[in-house]
Each structure stands twice: as structure tokens, then as C-alpha cells.
Design a binder for this molecule. Structure first.
Ligand code: UD1
Length: 364
């Protein structure tokens, strides 16, 4: 086995995207090194995903931790450069849109190492989101841009990206979902929380635009209050949200019999909760896609989405700050008159295979 490839994972939403690639490379006996930047480091933000998804220990752990954007990005760059100067890969693979994605892409490119970006081309057109900046810059640097949905092709064309670098391969996160569906369902985690199928809404909220100011967090709490008056809520709390609930002295507002709070959950537990929920309320990117694939109604507490296919064909509705829109859609869901959602092109569990075929042809 040669080690021409380095795969980068750093934060929670990366791990479900690297797992299918790792499996595919291993099954084809193509060597690679796995680098974990340490952007996320708590057991239930990182290691639990390695365990759940059967990813072996990373070859390098950069241990960068949390900090301001500049400090975190800079630390990743400094540590990552040391590794790849030593390893001399021909290609690095970055996924998604977190700080580790842009940091590693920039370092590799300056060392004339090729960069593949999995989940390229997505755009929210909202530069207040740090992820939007990461996406645009990573796509400018990348040599191979692997796109999940048609909007990505259009965005990259509009930005003048050479079409020869762009490959429509589908959604790698769905590969993982397809592979783990049976095991997740079998875990019956929702029963451990004393819930029955379709009897609860599942909530995840962590975006700075929803949780970083007291006013925004109070607005989210008002939404949760409305929902819990109609149906039970399960709310695994992200560390950023937890920190801010405490900071603004709002923790007790969630102390209601119809609200079940948990720590951040592992992949299989969370997937089990998604599959059995009546609906999902989120501000996450990936969950909009997973819910659409599962055809579970999903309401997104954001003004925009970089994943428009989930609204056009999937089960997603953008709620923004419109409380009336939220109420109307919750009512539609509870009365079973919400839209149903359709299958999405190339979200079929075979994206990793398509990516590896292209890498074999172009790089190895
Ligand atoms: C990061 C990503 C975001 C992604 C999210 C998923 C960027 C710019 N943002 O945001 O795109 O949706 O991850 O989780 O890359 N913390 C812990 N333990 C951890 C990690 C973080 O307690 O393992 C706490 C720290 O106090 C930190 C805060 O959570 O200050 C926020 O973490 P950070 O990595 O800065 O951003 P996320 O909000 O997680």
C-alpha cells in the first residue's frame, strides 16, 4: 500500500463524511493517512463517531482545540504543515465547510499538493456564516470538486471554476446513512427515552446566528415553548448552545416536562431518534439532507440554506425568524398534511465509490 492520500477530519460534521471514503479506500487496498485536527475534541463530539462508524484511530492528531476563528485556523495550518511536509502526499481530501477544511486546503495548495473537496459548490450566499467563507475559499483552491446537488454545479459555473475539475457524485453523508440504517433502527434508542414512534419532535440548534446573543436564544426558546405545548421535544444540546444558555442565564427556561434534554449524541443514537421522530427542527446543514433522505419533515431555523435541493425536492422548509410560518408548518405536520418529499438524484449510497474511481483515474 502506498500512502499518496491524506484524509482530513476535524469537527463533528466531518466524521460522517470521511467514514465512507475510508471504507472504500480500505476495501480497494488503497493506502492513506488519516489526520484529525482536533477542532472538536470532547468524547461525544468526536471519538464516539469514530467508534460508531468504525473509523480506526487517526494517524495524526493535531490537538488544536477551540479558539477564535483566526487562532484556530492558524493553529491547524501550523500543525498540518508539519505533517504533510513529512508525509508528502500527492492528494489531500477535505470535506464540508469547517475551519479545518479551509486551513488544510490552503496549506496543501501552497506546498503544491493537490486538493480534493468533498461537498463542493454549496452556497448560502450569506457571508455572515463562517462556513460560507470556508466553502468559497476551499472551492477556489481545490483541484477536484465533488458536488452533492445540482445547485453546486450552477454555483461553481457562475464562479468561473474550470468545469474539468467538477464532478457530480452525489451525497457522501447519505452513503453512511444507508450503511447504518439497520443498526440504528435496531438500537431502539428512542425507547430508552420512553418515547414512541412519531410522538416527539427532535431539535438541534447551535448556529451562532441562533445562539450567540441573548435575544436570538430567547427567540429559539419561544419557538421550543410553542412546540412543547403541542408535542414532546428531544433536544440534544451542542456545547456552544449549552455555554450560551448558561451565560445568558436561560437554562431554567428549558426545564419543562415536555422537553427532554440530552448531551450531544452519537451517530447511531441520533439517527435512531431522527428515523422515529414526527419532525425535526434544526439549524444544521447536514441534518436537512439526512431528514430529506429519510422523508421526515424538517423545519430549519435559518433564513437561507446552502442545500436548496432539500427544500425543492426534500422535506425541508426554511422558517427563518417567522413565528407564524413555524406555527403553520408545525400544524401541517401534526395533521399529516405537510409535503412528502421526493427521492434526490444520486443520493444512493454509492458516492464514495464514485469519488474513489475518479481519484484512481486522475491522481493515483
Ligand atoms: C463548528 C463548525 C460548524 C459546525 C459545528 C458542528 C466552523 C467554523 N464551525 O462549529 O460549521 O456546524 O462545528 O458542531 O468550523 N466545544 C466543546 N467541545 C468540543 C468542541 C467545541 O465544548 O469538542 C465548545 C467550545 O467551548 C467552543 C464551542 O463549543 O468554544 C464552539 O465550538 P467551535 O468548534 O468553535 O464551533 P462550533 O459551533 O462547534
Amino acid at each position: 500500500m502506498t500512502n499518496n492520500i491524506c484524509i482530513i477530519g476535524g469537527a463533528r460534521p466531518n466524521f460522517m463524511k470521511i467514514a465512507p471514503l475510508i471504507k472504500e479506500l480500505e476495501s480497494q487496498k488503497i493506502g492513506f493517512k488519516l489526520i484529525h485536527t482536533g477542532q472538536h475534541y470532547d468524547y461525544n463530539m468526536s471519538k464516539i463517531f469514530f467508534d460508531n462508524l468504525g473509523i480506526s484511530e487517526p494517524d495524526f492528531f493535531l490537538n488544536v482545540g477551540s479558539a477564535s476563528h483566526a487562532v484556530q485556523t492558524a493553529k491547524i495550518m501550523i500543525e498540518f504543515e508539519k505533517v504533510i511536509v513529512e508525509e508528502k502526499p500527492r492528494l489531500i481530501i477535505v470535506v464540508g465547510d469547517v475551519n479545518s477544511t479551509i486551513a488544510c486546503a490552503l496549506v496543501a495548495k501552497k506546498l503544491q499538493i493537490e486538493v480534493a473537496h468533498v461537498e463542493a459548490g454549496l452556497r448560502s450566499f450569506d457571508e455572515k456564516m463562517p462556513e460560507e467563507i470556508n466553502r468559497k475559499l476551499t472551492d477556489q483552491l481545490a483541484d477536484y470538486l465533488f458536488v452533492t446537488e445540482e445547485s453546486g454545479l450552477i454555483n461553481l459555473k457562475n464562479e468561473g471554476v474550470d468545469p474539468n475539475k467538477v464532478f457530480f457524485v452525489g451525497n457522501i453523508m447519505i452513503d453512511n446513512l444507508v450503511r447504518n440504517l439497520e443498526e440504528a433502527q435496531g438500537s431502539d434508542y428512542y425507547k430508552e427515552l420512553d418515547l414512541s414512534k412519531d410522538s416527539y419532535g427532535l431539535v438541534t440548534i447551535h448556529r451562532p446566528s441562533n445562539v450567540d446573543t441573548k435575544i436570538d436564544l430567547e427567540r429559539v426558546i419561544e419557538v421550543l415553548n410553542h412546540i412543547q405545548s403541542k408535542i414532546k421535544i428531544v433536544f440534544p444540546i451542542h456545547p456552544r448552545t449549552q455555554k450560551n444558555l448558561k451565560k445568558f442565564n436561560l437554562e431554567q427556561e428549558l426545564n419543562k416536562p415536555n422537553i427532554i434534554l440530552t448531551e450531544p449524541l452519537g451517530y447511531l443514537e441520533f439517527l435512531n431518534l431522527m428515523m422515529n421522530a414526527k419532525f425535526i427542527l434544526t439549524d444544521s446543514g447536514g441534518i436537512q439532507e439526512e431528514a430529506s433522505y429519510l422523508k421526515i419533515p424538517i423545519l430549519t431555523l435559518r433564513q437561507n440554506t446552502e442545500r436548496p435541493i432539500t427544500v425543492e425536492k426534500g422535506t425541508n422548509t426554511l422558517i427563518g425568524n417567522d413565528f407564524n410560518k413555524l406555527k403553520t408548518n408545525v400544524d401541517k405536520i401534526l395533521s399529516n398534511s405537510y409535503k412528502k418529499g421526493q427521492d434526490i438524484e444520486m443520493w444512493d449510497g454509492k458516492t464514495a465509490q464514485r469519488i474513489v474511481e475518479i481519484i484512481k483515474k486522475k491522481v493515483l
